[in-house]
Design a protein. Structure first.
Length: 360
C-alpha cells in the first residue's frame, strides 16, 4: 500500500476486525505507549472494532505529559531572569507548574518564544547576542537527535549565549517500570517514531525477561488493527516476541547516523517521570564536554519545593491505572481552556484526547 486512503480502507478494517474476533479467546490488556497511537485509537474508533475481551490502555507516551513538574518550575524560573529568552515547543507553554505556567510568565512580560526546532532557537541566539537563549529540550529518542545536532552546530560556530534545559527521555525503562510495578499488561504496541531512530533491539528484554509481546506499529487505522492482530496471535499462541508492523519506516537497526549523534552528545542518567518517579537511566543529559550548553549548570536556578496539583491523577493515568474520566476534575475544573494537569494540555495527552473524542 502506498497511499493514506488505503490505510483507512473500511474493507481492510472489517477484515482485520473479523480476524481478531476469530483468533482472540483470552482476556488481554494491550498498552499503547505512544500518544500518537492513543490519539489515532480514539479518533478512528478502533476500540469499537475489537472484541470485548481485549482492553486497550494508554501508557507514558506523551513527552509533555511525563515531563516532571519541577522541570516546568525551573523553566519558569529561567524565564523570569533578566535578559533571558526561553524558546519552546507550543504544547509546553500551557503545562501547569507548581505555582504558575510559562503562559502566565509570558503574560507577565517574560520573553518566551514558540519555535518548531532547535535551529530556530539557535537563530534567535545569533540575532540577540546580548541575551541568553535557553531552549527547552524535551521529548523521547525521536527529538533527541535534532537537539544533539543543534548542540554540535553551536559548538562548531562558537555560540556563547545558547543553552538547553534538558528533559529528553528514553522509552524502554518506563515500560519495564510498568511491568515491575505489577500493572496488568499482556503486550505493548511500541512507538513507531521512537523505533525509527532506535530500532528494535532496545525492546528485546521485554519478551525475553518478562514474556510480553511487542509490535512496533504505524499510526493509521489499518496499521493499528494489523498490529493488534499480530499481538493477539502472539499472546494466544504464548509466543512473545518483537515484530515490526511499521516495516515501511522502521528497521531493526534503526537510524545509525541519528544514534551516533545522540551518543556523541548525550549520556543516560536517572530521570524523574510524572507518575512513575525516578527511573534509572531513563533520561539523557549532556556529556561533560558539552556542559557549557547545560542551563542547569550555567544558571543559578532556584525554585520552591515542587508540588503536583491537588486532585489531579495524571500520574495514575500515565501508568494505565485509571482513565481520564475517573478523575473528579476531568471535564469540570480541568478542561482544554483550563488544564489542571499536563495530560489535558498536549494533543497527545490522554485527558485531552478523551475530552475531544469521547463525547466530553
Amino acid at each position: 500500500m502506498k497511499y493514506i486512503s488505503e490505510f483507512r480502507n473500511n474493507k481492510y478494517l472489517d477484515e482485520l476486525s473479523k480476524l481478531i474476533h476469530k483468533v482472540s479467546k483470552k482476556k488481554i490488556c494491550i498498552m499503547e505507549v505512544c500518544g500518537s497511537h492513543t490519539m489515532a485509537i480514539h479518533r478512528f474508533g478502533i476500540k469499537s472494532l475489537l472484541p470485548s475481551n481485549i482492553k486497550l490502555i494508554s501508557g507514558p507516551g506523551c513527552p509533555v505529559c511525563v515531563t516532571a513538574i519541577d522541570y516546568i518550575d525551573k523553566a519558569i524560573a529561567l524565564a523570569e531572569m533578566k535578559d533571558v529568552i526561553i524558546t519552546t515547543f507550543g504544547d509546553l507553554i500551557k503545562v501547569p507548574g507548581s505555582y504558575s505556567s510559562l503562559e502566565k510568565a509570558k503574560a507577565r512580560n517574560a520573553d518566551i518564544r514558540l519555535v518548531y526546532s532547535i535551529l530556530e532557537s539557535i537563530d534567535i541566539a545569533v540575532l540577540n547576542p546580548e541575551k541568553k537563549v535557553v531552549f527547552l529540550a524535551i521529548g523521547f529518542e525521536t527529538t533527541a537527535p535534532a537537539t544533539a545536532s543543534g548542540i554540535l552546530k553551536s559548538e562548531a560556530t562558537g555560540l556563547k549565549n545558547f543553552t538547553i534545559l534538558c528533559s529528553h527521555k528514553i522509552m524502554p525503562p518506563p515500560m519495564q517500570a510498568i511491568i515491575e510495578n505489577g500493572i496488568k499488561v499482556d503486550g505493548f504496541l511500541a512507538p513507531g517514531h521512537v523505533s525509527v531512530i532506535m530500532g528494535t533491539d532496545m525492546y528485546r528484554f521485554i519478551p525475553e525477561k518478562f514474556s510480553k509481546g511487542i509490535v512496533v506499529s504505524g499510526f493509521e487505522p489499518v496499521d493499528i488493527m494489523q498490529s493488534i492482530y499480530m499481538l493477539v496471535k502472539q499472546i494466544e499462541e504464548n509466543k512473545p516476541k518483537i515484530e515490526i508492523q511499521y516495516s515501511r519506516v522502521v528497521k531493526p537497526e534503526g537510524n545509525q547516523k541519528a544514534r551516533e549523534i545522540v551518543d556523541m552528545v548525550f549520556e543516560p542518567v536517572d530521570d524523574s517521570w510524572r507518575g512513575l518517579g525516578i527511573i534509572p537511566e531513563s533520561g539523557l543529559n549532556l556529556k561533560t564536554n558539552f556542559a557549557k550548553f547545560d542551563a542547569e549548570k550555567m544558571f543559578d536556578i532556584k525554585i520552591k519545593k515542587s508540588k503536583e496539583p491537588a486532585g489531579c491523577i495524571c500520574g495514575d493515568i500515565l501508568k494505565g491505572l485509571n482513565r481520564p474520566s475517573d478523575c473528579r476534575l476531568f471535564g469540570k475544573v480541568c478542561n482544554l481552556e483550563n488544564p489542571v494537569g499536563a495530560c489535558m494540555v498536549s494533543s497527545e495527552g490522554s485527558c485531552n484526547i478523551f475530552y475531544r473524542y469521547e463525547g466530553f
